[in-house]
Design a protein around this ligand. Structure first.
Ligand code: PLP
Length: 391
């Protein structure tokens, strides 16, 4: 019999396993607690914070897709960061993170640093010398690639090598790619973290997170710690996220088609000062992305030549795209990082990271490609002072 491929195994997680009624879709287990046969004789599940069958199906699917030993499903993407900080960083330890990481990650690490829990070093991962110099005494390196919102690409293989040589562990935030476009463990990462809120669930109706661990022994400890810290996800959220994950492959393919249409509409428009998308040959990380990813993703950002006033004109009356945080859902979204996702960063940190007031980040959804392209062309015309609502 032919062995099933990774996607098929993950996509079918739990299907047809119901022993009560032979339901095709595994039922959701909402019970907070489980009957013991006798004192000390648990069925394998005792209390839902510690273990839940619905959550375990999602964990299995994620571990399969990322090629890890196991996954721990937690309440949010930031809970996944918290879990890894607690797992890897002793009090007074050092975390090295990209200077242009997700604003919430920056705020979390900065909070711990301000309170003296750890030292957070935010550096440019695209500068190998600066990166290597930052590793002294580090226990955790957090790489987010492509980065949010500028889509910079980090060489995971090179970063893993330097991280391990310095005695630290590499965590890759794979939220932007999903395991279908990038598998950081294959490239040397020790842990993968996800905000499953994004592509994994894909329907913008669950906030969730996960940590996938390469090593089986460590994986057990990470799962134990998530229970100890009270970070694990609820059954409903796990159920919905697994339902969303079952269509991930189909969604990623259509996201890619639509993103090309949006990029084509934006490229070369005079209102655009810079277009950041790793699929463009002009993107500094294009070759690396082509090597380490199996697609360029559906996030892009547009730096408008006219700064914030142009961004406001662009957004006024924008069709199809909603102005909202988050990304990776079926619906197209646009955000203004300086006042939204990255408002938690200090203005100085934003300036260092290159996040200006004219920058807009787009998450291209699954609407008809021609409607998305038309909306962007109209908005760019407005940004430039052309078109109906400009005057
Ligand atoms: N990592 C990245 C790259 C993100 O974009 C986000 C959220 O936007 C997070 C982590 C945090 O995830 P959550 O919002 O699910 O806590």
């Amino acid at each position: 019999m032919a062995e099933l491929g990774t996607w098929t195994r993950a996509m079918r997680s739990g299907l047809g396993t119901d022993t009560s009624h032979k339901a095709v879709v595994p039922p959701i287990h909402l019970s907070t607690n489980y009957v013991f046969a006798a004192p000390g004789e648990s069925s394998g599940y005792d209390y839902s914070r510690a273990g839940n069958p619905t959550r375990d199906l999602l964990s299995d699917a994620l571990a399969t897709l990322e090629g890890g030993a196991a996954a721990t499903v937690v309440a949010t993407g930031l809970a996944a960061v918290t879990l890894l900080v607690e797992e890897l960083v002793p009090v007074g330890g050092v975390v090295v993170c990209q200077h242009d990481c997700y604003g919430g990650t920056w705020r979390l690490l900065n909070h711990h640093a301000t309170r003296g829990r750890l030292e957070a070093r935010f550096v440019d991962f695209n500068d190998p010398e600066v990166f290597k110099a930052s590793l002294d005494g580090a226990s955790m390196v957090l790489a987010e690639t492509p980065s949010n919102p500028l889509l910079r690409i980090t060489d995971l293989r090179a970063v893993a090598e330097a991280t391990h040589a310095a005695g630290a562990q590499l965590v890759a935030d794979n939220t932007f790619c999903s395991p279908l476009l990038q598998r950081p463990i294959d490239l040397g990462a020790d842990y993968v973290l996800h905000s499953t809120t994004k592509f994994i669930n894909g329907h913008s109706d669950v906030v969730g997170g996960a940590v996938v661990t390469r090593d089986p022994e460590t994986a057990e400890h990470v799962g134990w710690l998530a229970n100890v810290l009270g970070l694990t996800a609820g059954a409903f959220d796990s159920y919905l996220t697994l339902r969303g994950l079952r269509t991930l492959d189909a969604r990623i393919r259509m996201h890619a088609i639509n993103t090309e249409a949006v990029v084509d509409a934006a490229q070369g428009h005079p209102a655009v000062a810079a277009l950041h998308w790793p699929g463009l040959e002009t993107h500094p990380g294009h070759e690396l992305a082509a090597r380490q990813q199996s697609g360029f993703g559906s996030l892009l950002s547009i730096d408008l030549a006219g700064g914030r006033p142009a961004a406001e004109r662009f957004l006024q009356g924008l069709q199809v795209f909603h102005l909202a945080e988050s990304l990776g859902g079926v619906e197209s979204l646009i955000c203004h990082p300086a006042t939204m996702t990255h408002a938690g960063m200090s203005p100085e940190a934003r300036a260092v990271a290159g996040i200006g007031d004219g920058l807009l980040r787009l998450s291209v959804g699954l609407e008809a490609a021609e409607d998305l392209a038309a909306a962007i062309t109209e908005a760019l015309d407005r940004a430039q002072g052309r078109g109906e609502s400009a005057g």
